[in-house]
Design a protein around this ligand. Structure first.
Ligand code: PEP
Length: 249
């Protein structure tokens, strides 16, 4: 099955109204003729700005996290339905920065994934091993464990409405990219693991690579058979770099 390529930007906690305005308008005009699916995941306060700037364009928008709860006394949290109020299509869940700094356990990530689906958002589920885990040779075990909690909670068919991003923690924001072969190996593992539960779901599943993707390494990464695009942090804040990566896809 041929899967469309998808590139999503993760702005993290960067931006301001004026810098976002120029970034969004440059990305919009620079990517208007590209074939890849494109999205930007922006900080919550800028969702209205992303919606105003991107509505009617070929770029979708989304958030970088959400609450696992529908509503309630959860000070500081943002629900999935609040995101859909601003036209979001995507939400990142389980980013390694959420897992490591904010205590998002596998179970919490699975609840957020389920809550996203419930309101019609497409979750971008991040999985990936730390350097210590890679060096202990437990990459496969970690990635499968992270995936299996979600499958146990929402069922394997839920992956038809989701995207998986393999992001080795040691490659995020470090300038160290997994080699195309290293990334492909884990992407193939993810796909074959999903295939043991449902081959059709596995064949259609978009699996993105994330971790120091730049215009110079994107083409080779995205050329691997099981890499269907990228989740882009730092380079998504530089219009020319992000457009270059989208063009590579
Ligand atoms: C990320 O934050 O998801 C990411 C991949 O970051 P970077 O591209 O900066 O490594």
């Amino acid at each position: 099955m041929s899967r469309p390529k998808f590139v999503a930007g993760n702005w993290k906690m960067y931006g301001s109204l004026p810098t976002n305005a120029s970034l969004l308008s440059a990305v919009k005009s620079g990517s208007s003729s590209l074939k890849a699916q494109i999205a930007v995941c922006v900080p919550y306060p800028y969702l209205a700005q992303a919606q105003a700037e991107l509505a009617g364009s070929n770029i979708a928008w989304g958030a970088q996290d959400m609450s696992e709860y529908d509503k309630g006394a959860y000070t500081g949290e943002v629900s999935g339905s609040m995101l859909t109020d601003f036209g979001c299509r995507y939400v990142i869940v389980g980013h390694s920065e959420r897992r490591s700094y904010y205590g998002d356990t596998d179970a919490v990530v699975a609840s957020k994934f389920a809550a996203a689906l419930k309101v019609g958002l497409t979750p971008i589920l991040c999985v990936g091993e730390t350097l210590a885990e890679r060096e202990s040779d437990i990459t496969d075990k970690v990635v499968i464990r992270q995936l299996d909690v979600v499958i146990a909670t929402s069922g394997v068919e839920s992956l038809t409405k989701a995207v998986v991003a393999y992001e080795p923690v040691w490659a995020i924001g470090t300038g160290k990219t997994a080699s195309p072969a290293q990334a492909q190996e884990v992407h193939a593992l993810i796909r074959s693991h999903v295939a043991t539960a449902n081959a059709g779901v596995a064949a259609g599943l978009q699996i993105l690579y994330g971790g120091s993707v730049k215009p110079g390494n994107a083409k080779e990464l995205f050329g691997q058979p099981d890499i269907d695009g990228g989740l882009i942090g730092g380079a998504s804040l530089v219009a020319d770099d992000f457009i270059g990566i989208c063009a590579a896809a």
